[in-house]
Ligand binder design. Structure first.
Ligand SMILES: Nc1ncnc2c1ncn2[C@@H]1O[C@H](COP(=O)(O)OP(=O)(O)O)[C@@H](O)[C@H]1O
Ligand SMILES: O=P(O)(O)OC[C@H]1O[C@](O)(COP(=O)(O)O)[C@@H](O)[C@@H]1O
Ligand SMILES: [Mg+2]
Length: 473
């Protein structure tokens, strides 16, 4: 595995504090590249829409809440179809690959890239790379047509299969070059975008006319800059079913406790949003907000109090929660998956065991605890309607960008408008639930203590500031 790319940021400054963080373009290293009129101008569907093409000077602001005396913040290039493109339709040989963990909407993204290329740009050569990055050099490929992707958006998973690890940059770029591929669409999470970044670097180094576009999918919502990751909405919705079940079980028996573990390796967005949406949850535990079991005002005392008040309770725990020294012992610190992600032991099981032990030991109360682990159920399902539309827009934005000659970018909504974001802006830092207003809303809705000491609060505030600096805010 390589480390992420080292492209120098393409910063364009102008009057009035204008700062555009632009994405690379093929013309940056292929200056004589010809351009052609966009075939969309003759497309009966698109030609009827006023101002369908984006202006080359359209930008999207990262910061929309500004202070009188504060800097205006960074701008990104607006995504969308351009008047001129750098590829002729019959010249395009595109490929699509899906990498990393599953996420609802992968098949929609695949299908929409294929249909968008065929329908909007009259492209006829789209190759599916099977089995993630290693598929470039060790697996089968499949020709993708509008017919072959016809109804895949209704299915969970990815028709191309996926994998972790196996990112061998040189072999991947050799394969791209040997096959004559000139547009590479890479669908995946934060790890995948890092991989895409180094592929782009190598392609640029070799001077190839190959556009590399990243399409973000992250069930954990742990990618920075973009508003929200695709698949997240579906996952939060599906998590409601597990929380409902835990609630029904807990309230139907004396001193019932329902514990639900939700995905979120480094960030607790699914747990936080699922808790806020449900309103049946009494306590939500996430990475970044440490808790302790024993002691005054700590978790076990709170559980006892809530049981006495309500007779039952529901706890939602994100899989990455409990990283403080109290639970350090249950973590398999030395283990990583094939992509280098930290492997965690089951915090839900551990917590359930600790709660049961506590109440058995002190004999104060007989509890009935049910542990529900819907982990893979929330990501193996088909996307919901809103994620379907979202993935469609991501796919189309990626196609328009690649056709216009932009490369080395990830596409995504920034404050509601789709933009092209250079890889390095999203690969350097991870999105985490910081102690911001959303977390305050959650604490107020569950009425749980924060379990934070004054030192924890200081650390969290510092972490939030550092993260904001890392995100370029
Ligand atoms: N720093 C990196 N450089 C190159 N490839 C990487 C890097 N990090 C992850 N990858 C590759 O990206 C792919 C997906 O990464 P992973 O972390 O498993 O999932 P996700 O993209 O969903 O976060 C894997 O094939 C992995 O080898
Ligand atoms: O068992 P797997 O496939 O490694 O997946 C588990 C991980 O996948 C995720 O759902 C998403 O992680 P990625 O962003 O790496 O795909 C994590 O929340 C979870 O820890
Ligand atoms: Mg990841």
């Amino acid at each position: 595995m390589c480390s992420e790319g080292k492209t120098t940021p393409k910063i364009v400054r102008g009057e009035g504090g204008y700062v555009l963080e632009d994405v690379p373009h093929l013309i940056d290293y292929l200056p004589d590249l010809p351009t052609y009129p966009n075939p969309l101008q003759d497309n009966p569907a698109y030609s009827v829409v006023n101002q369908y093409f984006v202006d080359v000077n359209d930008n999207v602001a990262q910061k929309i809440v500004v202070h009188k005396s504060s800097p205006r913040g960074m701008l990104f290039r607006r995504a969308g179809p351009h008047q001129r493109v750098c590829f002729e339709s019959d010249e395009v040989h595109a490929c699509i690959v899906t990498c990393g963990g599953l996420c609802p909407g992968l098949n929609t993204a695949i299908g929409e890239i294929v249909c968008g290329l065929y329908g909007m740009y009259v492209v006829r050569k789209v190759l599916g790379i099977e089995g993630g990055y290693r598929g470039f050099y060790s697996s089968n490929t499949t020709n993708l047509t509008q017919k072959s992707v016809n109804d895949i958006h209704k299915r969970g998973g990815t028709i191309l299969c996926t994998s972790r690890g196996g990112h061998d940059t040189l072999k991947i770029v050799d394969s791209i070059e040997d096959r004559g591929i000139n547009q590479v669409y890479i669908i995946g999470g934060d790890g995948t975008q890092k991989g895409a970044s180094v592929i782009f670097e190598e392609i640029q180094r070799r001077g190839l006319k190959v556009a590399v576009a990243g399409i973000p999918k992250m069930i954990d919502n742990d990618i920075v800059v973009i508003d929200q990751s695709s698949g997240f909405d579906t996952a939060v919705e599906e998590a409601q079913r597990a929380i409902n079940a835990a609630h029904v079980e807990a309230e139907s028996i004396e001193n019932g406790i329902g514990v639900v573990k939700l995905m979120g390796r480094y960030s607790g967005f699914i747990a936080m949003y699922a808790t806020l949406a449900s309103r049946d949850v009494d306590c939500c535990l996430i990475p970044g907000s440490p808790f302790r079991l024993e002691g005054k005002g700590e978790l076990l005392e709170f559980i006892e109090k809530r049981l006495k008040e309500n007779g039952h309770m529901v706890i939602v725990v994100a899989e990455g929660a409990g990283q403080d020294p109290t639970v350090e012992s249950m973590r398999s610190v030395d283990h990583q998956d094939a992509s280098g992600n930290k492997l965690l032991l089951d915090v839900g099981l551990w917590l359930s065991q600790k709660i049961t032990d506590h109440f058995t030991r002190n004999k104060k109360m007989h509890i009935n605890l049910k542990y529900i682990d819907p982990t893979y159920m929330i990501r193996a399902i088909p996307r919901n309607a809103s994620d379907n539309i979202y993935c469609t827009l991501l796919a189309h934005s990626a196609i328009h960008g690649a056709m216009a000659g932009y490369t080395g970018f990830t596409v995504g909504p920034v404050n509601g408008r789709h933009a092209y974001i250079p890889f390095h802006r999203i690969t350097g830092v991870q999105n985490v639930v910081v102690t911001d207003r959303m977390w305050a809303r959650l604490l107020s809705s569950t009425n749980q203590p924060s379990f934070l000491s004054s030192k924890d609060v200081e650390d969290a505030k510092k972490g939030a500031t550092d993260a904001a600096v890392g995100r370029g805010e």
